[in-house]
Design a binder for this molecule. Structure first.
Ligand code: ADP
Ligand code: MG
Length: 257
């Protein structure tokens, strides 16, 4: 069992607010791990510390055993930590396949070596990645005309172009229709299985979480309060008390739908 990501006592305070409080967890190779919790629980703050956007007030982050907190986001990304989904990371004036080619060029550190034949470079690799996400038939379309769900799938191909060992997905399905959410997470689960990549994701739709996550961690007011598989989380008295009993989680889900 190889541990790809580990946090030890990870904490972040903003002034008097303890947004993330002594969070320790491990993520295994090929694991799809969900981090859930109501708004303000500290999920995004956790992600931002893992990506190097924020430095922890206390605690450490290890990638395959190497301490990575203190590194810049770009350095962490270079070590194989990919993140989705950032619409701004795509070029809407380019075609789908060109966007993936750009990502491949960047991954192979050739982005600045523009040549007249650049449009041919990594073309076959880009098509292969698009096939993985079910987008090869849309390869020649311009990104500007893509449906939202297709744009997200293209972004997944772009993330995969960097051959990540770990993908961090903070609310990947935000703004998507329920059917599209299920499809995107199914695709993510397939990729996790086929590529043996590890994924940490947040998601408001509990059906999607329970259907796809191998393991679920529950964050409440910065603290991890539960961890387990879907059945264990559903049946956890503490989770029920904090979320289901108060009805907050479902109320927020509705607000997001
Ligand atoms: P989640 O993603 O689970 O909704 P966040 O990590 O965004 O939660 O927020 C956790 C807590 O930290 C909230 O109380 C939020 O207001 C606070 N917080 C997050 N980012 C900042 C910041 N940059 N400055 C001050 N407070 C912040
Ligand atoms: Mg958030």
């Amino acid at each position: 069992m190889s541990i790809v990501l580990e946090t030890k006592g990870l904490s972040k305070s903003f002034g008097g607010i303890v947004a993330v409080d002594d969070v320790s967890f491990q993520l295994k190779k090929g694991e799809l791990l969900a981090l859930i919790g109501p708004n303000g629980a500290g999920k995004s703050t956790c992600f931002n510390m893992l990506m190097g956007q924020l430095s922890p007030t206390a605690g450490d982050v290890y990638l395959s055993g190497e301490r990575i907190n203190g590194l810049r986001p770009r350095q962490i990304w270079r070590k194989g930590v990919g993140r989705t989904f950032q619409i701004t990371a795509t070029y809407s004036s380019m075609t789908v396949v060109e966007n993936v080619q750009m990502a491949l060029l960047s991954h192979h550190k050739q982005v600045f070596r523009f040549k007249p034949y650049a449009h041919r470079m990594y073309h076959a690799d880009a098509i292969a990645l698009l096939e993985k996400v079910g987008m090869s038939e849309q390869a020649e379309r311009h990104c500007a005309v893509l449906a939202y769900g297709d744009l997200k799938r293209m972004e997944l191909a772009i993330a995969l172009a960097h051959e990540p060992v770990l993908l961090l997905m903070d609310e990947p399905t935000a703004g998507m229709a329920p059917k599209e959410r299920v499809a995107l997470m199914q695709l993510t689960a397939d990729i996790v299985r086929d590529e043996q990549v590890s994924v940490l994701f947040t998601e408001h739709d509990m059906d999607v979480v329970f259907a796809h996550a191998h393991r679920i961690m529950v964050l409440n007011r910065g603290k991890l309060i539960a961890e387990g598989n879907a059945t264990e989380i559903r049946n956890s008295p503490l989770v029920q008390e904090v979320y289901l009993g108060g009805g907050t989680l479902f109320a927020e889900e509705d607000a997001h739908a």
